[in-house]
Design a protein. Structure first.
Length: 627
């Protein structure tokens, strides 16, 4: 928790390292307790008299009213620092900020404020931010903010978890649209938060923002008469938690982790839906390397995690190509910038497709796409395993069999889910298969009418394999798909493997560590990569890339695991990162050095080894890439 706040005060609030101390002793009578973090007025006066901001970070179990470690401890530290102006107390679940005032009788009191100011900003500027002073979120700070907001709604409003989630999303969207404006309306001041009339004023301002900008812009996400239904007190609280961040400028990973955790806590159904961790999504995207102009689809898209990473991968290629063109001509005039935006918008409109059976997840996926560059128009509700003629007209136009360049998917799987009825008639893998003679290792068993004899039901993970192959363009379409390891090694499913090897070129199999989907599911899975063969193309037993990922960055409880040296100490690496910061009240883009422990995750290494393997097998690469 403390490391998270340390990173925040440097990268989000713009305070230089030499103005910050950790575990700083504060003299209080005969005692000298240590404050977790202090920020000085200047690096030159790094003593108790020079303390400007005091920060106390606690475990989640510590309550603000705790006699020893609650906000009273923070207030005591602030009182003993004569020039302290602000304080921050957080346990991750709650985050409270204070300023210090003196009564006429000379006593200190500590009014609550919305936030501590960034370096170079006044309290008024912090409480009523401008577009240039909004800060991109770092580490888990946006995740903690989303949690606080969601946890506040349910008990305050008496709403269900799902209803609370949708109301929170209304305000998140209002925040996003507000950031596209010149003058910000998504804010609440301390004085507004403290009075009923001020809370009413804030609610009217935010509700108007939602109704006039969000509802009108996104008719596919919100109904024409949809409004903010939260109480003024709740709206004011959520606004205070989010107003200082720039959701548009925050990184895809920071937003994705925060959003998907809140979605998963509320909308994950009972149909085997487990969101793919982002490191696994990134591995698949970097191995398939989708290019601008290629149609990308996920027939079981969930909250669109695969699609968002693939989308941003392709957008970076588009932007990089335009940057290179500008550098060659030593300029980037308005017409060239307009061409970049045209190429971006064309890609977002034409190249991203997603289907999901759960309508609530479809809505959440569309919202997630909007938060991460847009492209939400290609997401539709449909049963991907149903006959396509039964899909909605919009879904049929968006996703057609045999037209997709790249598929990324993690379909639902589990013994509790069975597919039956007419849907089975579309799939070879729904038939009864028997060992064949000669070259045919397996054949479909025929019934009395000579047609393949269908099983009464099949689990969805088997049928999704065939559906993915059906979606791909013959000859060039390629896919990355999460499958349970039973499909790859169960003797009774040998016919599935035979069918796949008959219809595709198998390129790679990455055996994922068992904790990949923990703490929600412990099914052993692999990521399988293949290309659909062209009509008439003979299957061949070419080389296949195999990898085993023993470490995937977290344990079975979901806790991050870091690399350690022989003595058991975290291995710390230094990297550079371009960050948007507020420095002395001005927005600037800086290159900063960040020291952080290395996550023990082998998936990036798998990508590098795969790329090396492709170089060593140019024939495979040409067939795979269509070069």
């Amino acid at each position: 928790m403390r490391q998270n706040v340390e990173r925040s005060v440097v990268l989000e609030y713009g305070y230089p390292r030499d103005e910050i101390r950790i575990e700083f002793g504060i003299k209080s009578g005969s005692r000298r307790p240590r404050a977790d973090i202090v920020i000085f007025h200047s690096a030159e006066q790094a003593d108790q008299a020079g303390v400007r901001i005091v920060v106390e970070t606690k475990s989640r179990q510590t309550k603000p009213a705790d006699k020893k470690d609650g906000i009273g401890q923070l207030h005591s530290y602030m009182a003993n620092c004569p020039n302290a102006e602000y304080g921050l107390w957080t346990n991750g679940i709650e985050r409270l900020c204070f300023t210090k005032k003196q009564t006429k009788g000379g006593l200190w009191h500590f009014p609550e404020v919305v936030d501590i100011p960034a370096r170079g900003l006044s309290l008024d500027e912090a409480e009523k931010p401008k577009i240039q002073t909004l800060k991109p979120a770092t580490a888990d700070n946006l995740l903690f903010a989303f949690r606080r907001c969601h946890n506040y709604i349910a008990p305050t409003e008496g709403r269900s978890k799902e209803s609370s989630f949708w109301e929170l999303l209304k305000l998140i969207f209002a925040k996003i649209e507000d950031e596209r404006s010149r003058d910000l309306e998504f804010y609440v001041t301390s004085s507004e938060r403290m009075t009923a009339s001020g809370q009413q004023k804030t609610r009217r301002r935010i509700a108007k923002l939602f109704e006039t900008k969000v509802v009108q812009k996104y008719p596919g996400l919100f109904g024409p008469n949809e409004t903010v239904e939260l109480k003024p007190e709740t709206v004011s609280y959520i606004t205070a938690q989010l107003q200082g961040y720039s959701l548009l400028r925050s990184s895809v990973d920071v937003k994705g982790v925060a959003y998907e955790e809140v979605v998963g806590a509320n909308l994950r159904g009972d149909r085997g839906e487990f969101f793919t961790p982002r490191n696994a999504c990134r591995m698949a995207v970097e191995m398939l390397d989708p290019r601008p102009g290629e149609v990308i689809a996920d027939p079981a898209c969930g909250t669109a995690g695969f699609l968002i990473i693939a989308m941003n991968h392709a957008l970076e290629k588009i932007e990089s190509a335009h940057r290179d063109a500008w550098i060659d001509r030593d300029r980037g005039d308005e017409s060239e910038i307009a061409e970049l935006y045209r190429a971006r918008n064309e890609y977002l409109r034409d190249c991203l497709r997603g289907l999901d059976l759960n309508p609530e997840l479809v809505r959440a996926a569309r919202m997630n796409m909007v938060m991460n560059n847009d492209g939400y128009g290609g997401i539709h509700q449909a049963d991907s395993l149903d006959v396509p003629q039964h899909w909605s007209e919009e879904a049929r136009r968006a996703v057609r069999l045999g037209t997709v360049d790249v598929v990324f998917t993690n379909p639902p799987f589990g013994t509790k889910i069975r597919i039956d009825g007419d849907r089975l008639n579309q799939f070879d893998l729904a038939a009864h298969w028997v060992p064949g003679d000669g070259e045919k290792r397996w054949t479909m068993r025929s019934g009395p009418d000579g047609k393949p004899e269908r099983q009464s039901s099949q689990p969805p993970e088997l049928l999704f394999i065939e559906r993915v192959v059906q979606l791909l363009k013959p000859g060039t379409g390629r896919a990355a798909m999460v499958v349970p390891n039973g499909i790859l090694n169960n003797p009774g499913l040998a016919y599935v493997r035979d069918w796949l090897l008959t219809h595709t070129q198998l390129l790679a199999v990455v055996d994922m560590q068992r904790d990949l989907f923990q703490p929600k599911n412990d099914t052993q899975t692999s990521m399988v990569f293949f290309r659909r063969l062209a009509q008439g193309e003979e299957p061949s037993a070419g080389p296949v890339f195999f990898a085993v990922a023993d470490r995937i960055g977290h344990d079975k409880r979901g806790k991050v695991i870091f690399k350690r040296d022989e003595e058991g100490m975290d291995i710390v690496a230094t990297r550079t990162e371009v960050v948007d910061q507020i420095v002395d009240g001005e927005f600037t883009r800086r290159v900063v050095e960040i020291k952080e422990p290395l996550v023990d995750d082998q998936l990036p290494e798998v990508v590098e080894l795969f790329r090396e393997w492709l170089v060593e097998h140019p024939t495979v690469r040409r067939a795979w890439r269509g070069d």
